[in-house]
Structures are given as C-alpha cells and as structure tokens.
Design a protein around this ligand. Structure first.
Ligand code: GDP
Ligand code: GDP
Length: 434
C-alpha cells in the first residue's frame, strides 16, 4: 500500500515552501540519481526511513490570489481520491478565509486522515493565534514555519505514524500499472487485453474508484492491473489534464511492481512521458516501454524501429536495460508481447540470487578488474550479497567504500546485468565497510 501525502490549501498559505522543505530533507539522506530533474510538484520523501510521495497540488493550479473556488474544489477532490493523507495548510497571519472554509468542509466529509497545518508560525506570539483553526473540526492544528522549518519535524513524525504498515507486495501475483499521457491508448489496451465488460472506466470527478487495481486471469497469466485509463479529457486546459494524469499515475505506479509506459509513436518521447518514467524509476519499479500507434508511422524502413529505440534510450540514459515494444492496439499487433514482457520483468525483479552464486560470479570479475587505487590506497571488495528486499539491492563489502567511484559502480551494475537478467529493473548498489 502506497503512502501518498497531498498538500492542499488556497494560494499563498505556503504550500510550495512546505513542499520544498519536505523534499529537501530527503536529499541529504538518499542520494539522487545523477541527471534526474526533480519535478516541482511531486517528490519522493524520506523521513526516519519511511518513504512516501508528496504532492504539492497547488503547483498545478494558477498561482494567482484570485483563483476560483472551482479550482480549489478540484484540487481537493482529486487529493481525496488519490492521497492517503492530506496536509491542509492555512496561514496563521490571515486567520480563516472563505476559501479555507470551503476546503475544510470538503475534507471533513471525505473521511480521509487530515492534518491541519497552521503555517507561518514564525514566533511565539503567533503560536496562540492558531487556536482559531480548531473550529474546522479537523483536529488540533500543527504549528509550523515552513520558512524556518520549525515544527516540521513533529509534523512529519505524526504523518509517518499514520502510514500503513506491511510492504507493497503482499500478494504474490504481479501488479502491473498501465501509465502514460492522455490519449496514448491506455484504455484501448486494457480493452484489448481483457475485454470491455471488465474494464470499468469511470469519470474522474466525484467518483470513488478503486485505484488499487483489479485481478485478472488472461492468456494464462494471473495478474493485477491498475490502469489510469479512467482519465477522460475533462479539463478545459492542458494544465488540468496534466494534473489529473500525474496524480493518477503516481498512485498507480506506487502500487505496482511493473509499469507499462505507453508512448505515442507519431509524437515521439515527450517531456511528460519522461516525467512518468522517472516516477517509475525513482520508485524502483519494473518498466516496460510500449511505443503504441506504430500503425501511424507510414514509411517504415528497415531501421525505423532501431532508430526510434535509440532515440528513446538516449533520452532515458543512463538506464538503458529496458524492453521497448512497438505496438498497434487498434491492429492488435504485439499486444500480447507487452504482457509477456511485463511478466518477464516482474520475474527479474523478484529473483533472489543465492549469496554463494553471486560471489562465485562477481568476485572473479572484480579480481580481474579491481576498483582503481586512490591516493595509493588499494580498494578490496571482499564479499557481496543481496538484501532481502523487494527492490533488487546489492551490498558490496570492502575496506574503503568511500573511494569507489561512480564509473566503477556503473561497471559493476553492467556486469550484474550481464550475468543475471535484470532487464526492465532498476537495481541498487551499496558499498559498506567490512
Ligand atoms: P503557496 O501558494 O501556498 O504554494 O504558497 P508559497 O509557498 O508560494 O508561499 C507564499 C508566500 O508565503 C511566500 O512569500 C513565502 O515565502 C511565504 N511563506 C511560506 N511559508 C512561510 C512561513 O513559514 N513564514 C513566513 N513568514 N512566510 C512564509
Ligand atoms: P487513453 O487516454 O490513454 O486511455 O487513450 P485511448 O485508449 O482513449 O485512445 C486514444 C485514441 O487513440 C483513441 O481514439 C484510440 O482509438 C486511438 N488509438 C489507441 N491505440 C491506437 C493504435 O494503436 N493506433 C491508432 N492509430 N490509434 C490508436
């Protein structure tokens, strides 16, 4: 069960300041993959070892003061649907405004876990002023200053205490998420795979929809499917569509083992495709890329597929060990391969390599090409094992872990991929002293 925290509230209360504070607190703990640009509106956070996704819903709404009540309502509605925990931010220097009341009403009815955040409590005088926020009926406010960070630690302690325990993978059947921009063919794919009658597509606004997926048994495979196809093009402006599709993707991705990312052949790789892809990789999910609408490419020479593939790999570098399948859902081309590939990636992701086998394969490789010496010091890797987690994680024990260079890590990762099949799976390497 994914832990998704959404920040809501009217403009200027400090939502994005709080978002930045929470996501930056994570930076120090977990090393960012190089070259990954951080999205301004959603991030992966880590507090006391608990990981979660945090979303600044305000980031998707025009930043001006005079936003319409309708926009705020939408923001809150989608948060109620997609998030487990909601941080309702208000401004202690402004007291309660009409828009605050609108939000509070919706949240009260939602039954979701809500934290009232009295922001801008920068000094002791303001501490007492936050008492007015009790009147929302949503519990005692948490007094914080997003600017200085005071109070945010206590808030996060309380937030993670609400998280669901138990790891993501309770069921031993694969969970696939079908993700991609609007219009790429997600609902068409689901219909083609499992038939229309089973694909319950609901409109987004005001409906409760089980985002955790449905269990299917098709083509000899037993799997759970979370599709984001319920997304209709309701929003009048692009911003809305992106907002909905990202919110929905986050949830689907977090709850999955393998993401099937659809890209449109006639459009190429777009920025939003890459955003969704990075979400999958950051969450260490398996990945299959499906280039759909291949039928629309009129002049297919002998190199068209290869060129397209290379263009994708270039954009997603350094991660390049991923299946890319060219499909036409309307002409039922290679759809089954997608499912097959997703199962393959799932199996790669859950495979556990026994320690003795791992060492038998990797130690001779390391011996042949040892880590380069630094300042005359020799680095000796003595032993490697795999952690018993769901996301493939390898720990190399050595005398001077701090001297292992990025390039050598890349070398070891490539060797692991060569020796053991990790196609479609992000893997992690750690180096510890021994
Ligand atoms: P959003 O529209 O809700 O995302 O609000 P912003 O995060 O953009 O903040 C609006 C304004 O409030 C900015 O000028 C911030 O610097 C300021 N602000 C945010 N948090 C605090 C705080 O804790 N104390 C004070 N004094 N100002 C803050
Ligand atoms: P979603 O928004 O991602 O769920 O996309 P839809 O499944 O609703 O598809 C959007 C449009 O693309 C529809 O008109 C589909 O008929 C069309 N479409 C889907 N797959 C293909 C394909 O492989 N080839 C072509 N030419 N059109 C497709």
């Amino acid at each position: 069960m994914a832990n998704i925290v959404a920040i809501v509230g009217r403009p200027n209360v400090g939502k994005s300041t709080l978002f930045n504070r929470i996501t930056e607190s994570r930076k120090a703990i977990v090393d960012e993959q190089s070259g990954v640009t951080r999205d301004r509106h959603h991030g992966h956070a880590n507090w006391s070892g608990r990981e979660f996704t945090i979303i600044d819903t305000g980031g998707y709404i025009s930043g001006s003061e005079d936003v319409f009540e309708g926009e705020i309502r939408k923001q809150v509605e989608i948060s109620i649907q997609e998030a487990n925990i909601i941080l309702f931010v208000v401004d202690v220097t402004a007291g309660i405004t009409d828009l605050d009341d609108v939000v509070a009403d919706m949240l009260r009815k939602s039954g979701k876990k809500v934290f009232v955040i009295a922001n801008k409590v920068d000094n002791n005088e303001r501490w007492g002023e936050s008492a007015v926020f009790h009147s929302f009926g949503l519990g005692a406010p948490y007094n914080i200053s997003s600017l200085s960070g005071s109070g945010t630690g206590d808030l996060l302690d309380a937030v993670i205490a609400e998280f669901h325990d138990g790891d993501e993978e309770e069921l031993d059947i694969p969970k696939f998420a079908i993700v991609g921009r609007p219009n790429v063919g997600k609902s068409s794919l689901v219909n083609a795979l499992i038939g229309k009658e089973k694909n319950i597509v609901t409109d987004i606004a005001g409906t409760t929809r089980d985002a955790l997926g449905t269990r299917y048994n098709a083509y000899g495979f037993d799997f759970m499917l979370t599709d984001t196809a319920g997304l209709r093009k309701k929003g009048k402006v692009d911003e809305d569509v992106e907002f909905y599709s990202v919110m929905r993707s986050i949830r689907a991705i977090e709850n999955s083992d393998v993401c099937i990312l659809l890209i449109e052949a006639d459009k190429g790789v777009m920025a939003q495709d890459l955003n969704i892809l990075q979400l999958a990789l950051k969450n260490k999910k398996g990945l299959v890329i499906m280039v759909n609408k291949w039928d629309l490419i009129a002049d297919k020479g002998s190199n068209t597929m290869r060129d397209f593939k290379n263009a994708i790999l270039e954009k997603i570098a350094p991660f390049n060990d991923v299946p890319i399948i060219f499909t036409s859902v309307t002409e039922k081309q290679r759809i089954f391969n997608v499912l097959e590939e997703a199962v393959h990636v799932y199996q790669n992701r859950i495979r556990k390599i026994p320690t003795n086998k791992l060492n038998k394969v990797m130690l001779p490789i390391i011996e042949a090409v040892p880590p380069p010496a630094v300042k005359g010091k020799y680095i000796k890797i003595k032993f490697v094992n795999m952690l018993p987690t769901f996301k493939p994680t390898f720990v190399f024990y050595c005398n001077l872990p701090q001297y292992i260079k990025e390039s050598y890590k890349r070398f070891l990762e490539n060797k692991l991929r060569e020796q053991f099949d990790y196609t479609g799976v992000p893997i992690q390497l750690f180096f510890r002293e021994k």
